[in-house]
Ligand binder design. Structure first.
Ligand code: SF4
Length: 340
């Protein structure tokens, strides 16, 4: 029998939380997904759904918060990152897995030149000498479309525009040729035209380098344009996953369906309100039994109150965490202005 190649990243039942007033609170409540080499996966959901927390837990960057991983596995080529000692994790972070954040200004050190910040990582991870790291740094700036890289290396972050700063962050993230790049809302702080340029750049680089990308965003349009697969998160769980085509054409979870209905089309009548999802995101301090989406869901059945739905189906297929097949019900249900 042929050996089945390991997924690059396999997250299994990942739980992250904190203790408040003697009570343990789960922010991530058993997140599971897989990612293959060269695959771009979009992670979507409302604020507070656990998207960024998943990324920080994978990267083990929770130490400055009161949060800690409380269970599960993060298998990187079969090796559980959660069990690595700090030194081994530091070697993996940056070299094999890199991350870029929403606001490049807060990620760059304002009192060091861009060149100094770029060469530091190269010297640390790749053991390059000073002059080799400077010329490779210039090469990387050129790769991400920054003109006159030799001069730009001598400048400080405040001398760069928002878009150029994000290009610097991408160059730094790529410096050690990582196999996985995690992008946490990489274009939210940028204006629309610069957003499009940065996304196009990410798409090109991912393809050229056969690099896997986890793209965290609240923008479904970005996912449609860039990702191969999508993971929809709600209340610290993955509630649906599949290829972009599957999930966007025939969503299986009521929350995904509701999110998609909230995206205004070009033909949306100007005087008509844009649909919203009724209710608010749940209070994670008060996790009730059953499905966390139930108070906002009109497809709910009795089981939903008691039994927490789990993702069903093989990881390579479209999966949903819902007790109901909504497509059985959709034909008999009339649409309302609200999505549920
Ligand atoms: Fe709605 Fe029930 Fe599905 Fe939850 S499990 S999304 S409440 S139908």
């Amino acid at each position: 029998m042929d050996d089945v190649p390991l997924p690059l990243l396999k997250v299994q039942e990942l739980r992250t939380g904190f203790v408040v007033g003697g009570q343990s609170v789960s922010i991530l409540n058993g997140v599971s997904f897989e990612l293959s080499q060269g695959e771009v996966m979009g992670v979507v959901g409302e604020s507070g759904s656990g998207k960024s927390m998943t990324a920080l837990s994978i990267m083990r960057l929770l130490s400055r918060t009161r949060l800690a991983v409380t269970g599960g596995k993060v298998l990187w080529l079969g090796r559980d990152l959660l069990t690595l000692d700090d030194k081994a994790m530091q070697r993996t972070r940056g070299k094999e897995i890199a991350m870029i954040f929403q606001d490049p200004m807060t990620s760059l050190n304002p009192i060091l030149t861009v060149g100094r910040q770029m060469t530091e990582a190269l010297q640390f991870h790749l053991k390059m000498g000073k002059s080799a790291s400077v010329s490779y740094g210039q090469e990387l700036l050129e790769l991400v479309g920054i003109p006159d890289p030799a001069r730009r290396m001598r400048e400080y972050p405040h001398q760069f525009s928002g878009g150029m700063r994000q290009r610097v962050m991408i160059a730094m993230a790529l410096s050690c040729d990582p196999r996985l790049l995690i992008c946490d809302e990489p274009t939210t702080a940028l204006d629309v035209t610069v957003q499009a340029q940065i996304l196009e750049l990410l798409k090109r680089l991912a393809k050229e380098r056969n690099m896997a990308v986890i793209l965290i965003t609240h923008d479904l349009g970005v996912v449609a344009g860039l990702a191969d697969r999508v993971c929809v998160m709600y209340a610290g769980n993955v509630v649906e996953t599949g290829t972009v085509d599957e999930v966007f054409k025939q969503p299986q979870h009521p929350y995904t369906l509701a999110l998609l209905k909230c995206v205004p089309g070009l033909d949306h009548p100007r005087k008509e309100a844009i649909p919203t999802i009724r209710g608010a995101a749940p209070d994670l301090l008060k996790r009730a039994p059953g499905c966390m989406f139930r108070p906002r869901c009109t497809y709910a059945v009795a089981t939903c109150a008691d039994v927490e739905p789990k993702l069903r189906g093989a990881a390579s297929m479209q999966q949903r965490a819902c007790h109901v097949n909504i497509w059985d019900k959709l034909s008999t249900k009339s649409d309302t202005k609200q999505t549920n």
